[in-house]
Design a protein around this ligand. Structure first.
Ligand code: SF4
Length: 652
């Protein structure tokens, strides 16, 4: 009997491939085939691949195809994890690309999208909350919501919160969701039908598991602590991988807010309520301690706010102790609840009380870590956030942790992005050093299938003053240039700024003159991003104005976007404690913080901003770089040189 021919990439990609035959409008892209082959090779050889592939290459098929061919031919060796930057991109793979590949591939395989445990219902906790509803909830409205959850859970297969026919309050979901440290596993009477446990089994048997970077990096942090959420795997593929360092820094850091403390307090006994599990099964001493924790936490955060004195951030030195009246009370309260739990006969109630006490113990550890003496390898600071003050800590450098837990043997990581670094960086040294990827590394740099020479005009107006020498003159010139050019273009523009203050001032100055010409200004923060993008696509003449995430969160192909303004070169916040501490670290080892950190980060963001204009082969338009330093400073040349080949010929 002859063995069937192995299924190869060529059968799928290329002009005669399955995808070309089944996907209307598919165009063969040599870069896509090259990327897919490089990934196939890296997976086969067990090596890491850092691959930069410009916009329009079709990266998702280029990594999904070799991934699933590899996973199918290595069944039983764990899934391949595919990680995207956002949940929206995760959903796009789940709803669009993977079902298409399911339909056109002849092999048997499954792909599962992983979401955090807290999105799943826990039947045991739900039944407990229902039985104790008179204790858990103080009002009929929430009791009614709980009844609806119980009714829905009887027929829901996946038990995911976002599948509820009608949303419920967070307070209700808190009582019924699956939780880390609050599961009886096989001892649970609902184990066999538990949606969360079923999802775990699906993850374990799938060939492809799709996650987002935040979930993946949270799992790395868990792995470092000896636990894990994602199934055992050897291979991970990261799309838009240039975000990994930032997301790893957040996941490996700590953040404490009054809200996070009150969340634990409220779970035990909501203020102004007469009923709660603690009131019913605790004792008066525990209730007193709980009130003391609440008051101490409020005083603690009020003191932090006073220390900030109206500033956005305040760095803390390693020997700077923060007065902490909370942690001892937390430890005492946790011990008291444990004692109360021991006297409770019903297992589910005892488990619930113990889980809440364990939550307090974890919070106690966070207080100790943030308030006690710091260490030279982490930076701590106080920060004014939208909803109050936070006390935070972050590792100065994540490369050592990632080298050990992500880039060491036998793991194999594929990192792809349109911008993996500042450009002109042979071997992707810059990002590899920051992620700790030193060995078994292959690299690939591919251009874009777009013809930037004919599709984009880059303009650098000559009469704009330097923003650092004449900020008001720079603002006035930006306003004038944007207004004139946008009206001449009939709108259809995107304006990228580097601060909220600049966005607000420009919005105030431009809204009237543009409205007089029938052009609507859509400003970041005035509506959710999703709504702004929908309105932009519905009315191509509108103008989008924003900062931060707009530099890479905007995907508007076609006539709705033909003019992009890059106002200021996007250097990061120089006075942020994490930025300053990382600069000091570079200087301490004799490096140049501007060249090693500030400039590459800014160029990477600049490349992303530039990439907003051309999203398809048919897109055409103009990018106006308003910051004169792109022309006048030596480093300005590095920004221009990092743009796609052919993009910069003429400077208007
Ligand atoms: S197995 Fe765990 S998550 Fe599932 S119902 Fe039981 S306790 Fe809840």
């Amino acid at each position: 009997m002859s063995t069937p021919d192995p299924i190869t990439l060529d059968a799928f990609l290329g002009p005669e491939g399955v995808i070309a035959r089944r996907l209307p409008g598919y165009e063969e892209r040599p870069e896509q085939v090259e990327l897919a082959r490089a990934i196939e090779h890296a997976l086969r050889e067990g090596r890491h691949l850092f691959a930069e592939a410009g916009t329009g290459v079709g990266k998702s098929f280029a990594y999904l195809l070799p991934a699933l061919l590899h996973a199918v031919s290595h069944r039983g060796q764990g899934p391949i994890i595919v990680s995207t930057r956002t949940i929206a991109l995760q959903e796009q793979l789940e709803r669009k690309d993977l079902p298409f590949l399911q339909a056109v591939t002849p092999m048997e395989w499954t792909a599962v999208s992983a979401v955090g445990r807290n999105h799943y219902i826990c039947h045991r906790r739900m039944h407990l909350a229902h039985r104790e509803r008179g204790v858990v909830f103080d009002d009929l409205h929430r009791e009614a919501q709980l009844n609806r959850v119980v009714h829905w859970a009887q027929s829901s297969r996946d038990g995911l919160r976002f599948e509820l026919p009608e949303p419920v309050d967070d307070e209700v979901w808190e009582e019924v969701k699956a939780e880390h440290g609050n599961c009886l596993y096989k001892a649970c009477p609902h184990y066999d039908d538990c949606p969360y446990q079923r999802s775990r089994r699906r993850l374990d048997s799938a060939q492809i598991v799709v996650v987002n970077h935040a979930l993946y990096m949270a799992d790395v942090a868990l792995r470092m602590a000896g636990a894990s959420y994602l199934p055992d795997h050897r291979i991970a593929i990261f799309d838009e991988a240039h975000h990994l360092e930032r997301i790893a820094t957040e996941s490996l850091g700590l953040r404490l807010t009054l809200g996070s403390v009150l969340w634990h307090v409220k779970r035990l006994h909501p203020r102004r309520s007469r009923r709660s599990l603690l009131a019913e099964y605790g004792n008066p001493h525990a209730m007193l301690l709980l009130e003391q924790v609440r008051q101490a936490a409020e005083a603690f955060f009020a003191l932090l706010e006073a220390r900030l004195r109206g500033n956005g951030t305040l760095p803390l030195e390693p020997d700077d102790l923060v007065e902490d009246p909370v942690s001892e009370l937390l430890a005492e309260l946790a011990a008291e609840i444990h004692r109360c739990a021991l006297g409770v006969e019903k297992v589910d109630l005892r488990t619930e009380l113990q889980a809440r006490a364990r939550g307090l113990t974890s919070l106690h550890a966070v207080f100790l870590s943030l308030c006690g003496p710091g260490s030279v390898d982490k930076v701590r600071w106080i920060e004014q956030e939208k909803r109050g003050v936070s006390l935070r800590a972050a590792p100065l450098d994540v490369s050592e942790a990632l080298q050990k837990h992500q880039f060491g043997e036998p793991r194999c990581n594929i990192l792809v992005s349109a911008t993996l670094g500042p450009g002109g960086d042979p071997g992707f040294r810059w990002i590899r050093d920051r992620l700790g990827a030193h060995e078994r590394v292959e690299t690939l740099r591919l251009g874009s299938p777009f013809d930037y020479r004919s599709q984009v005009t880059v303009t650098l107006p000559v009469d704009v003053p330097d923003p650092s020498g004449d900020p008001q003159g720079f603002f006035d010139a930006c306003r004038r240039e944007i207004q004139t050019r946008t009206i001449r273009n009939g709108g259809s523009a995107l304006v990228l700024c580097t601060s909220w203050n600049f966005v607000r001032r420009l919005a105030d100055a431009l809204r009237g003159p543009l409205a007089q010409r029938g052009i609507e200004l859509l400003v970041q923060g005035e509506a959710p991003m999703r709504d702004l993008l929908r309105r932009k696509r519905e009315d191509p003449s509108t103008v989008l104005l924003g900062t931060e995430t707009f530099w890479e969160g905007i995907d508007v192909p076609g006539d709705a976007l033909t003019l992009v303004f890059l106002t200021r070169l996007p250097f990061g916040q120089p006075d942020h404690p994490l930025t300053m501490a990382r600069q000091r670290m570079i200087q301490a080892r004799g490096g140049d913080a501007f060249l090693e950190q500030t400039l590459p980060e800014a160029i990477l963001k600049f490349r992303q901003g530039f990439g907003r204009l051309v999203r398809t082969a048919g897109d055409r338009g103009e990018v106006v770089i308003l910051d004169p330093r792109a022309r006048t400073k030596r480093y300005g040349r590095d920004f221009l040189a990092a743009l796609p080949e052919g993009a910069v010929d003429e400077h208007g």
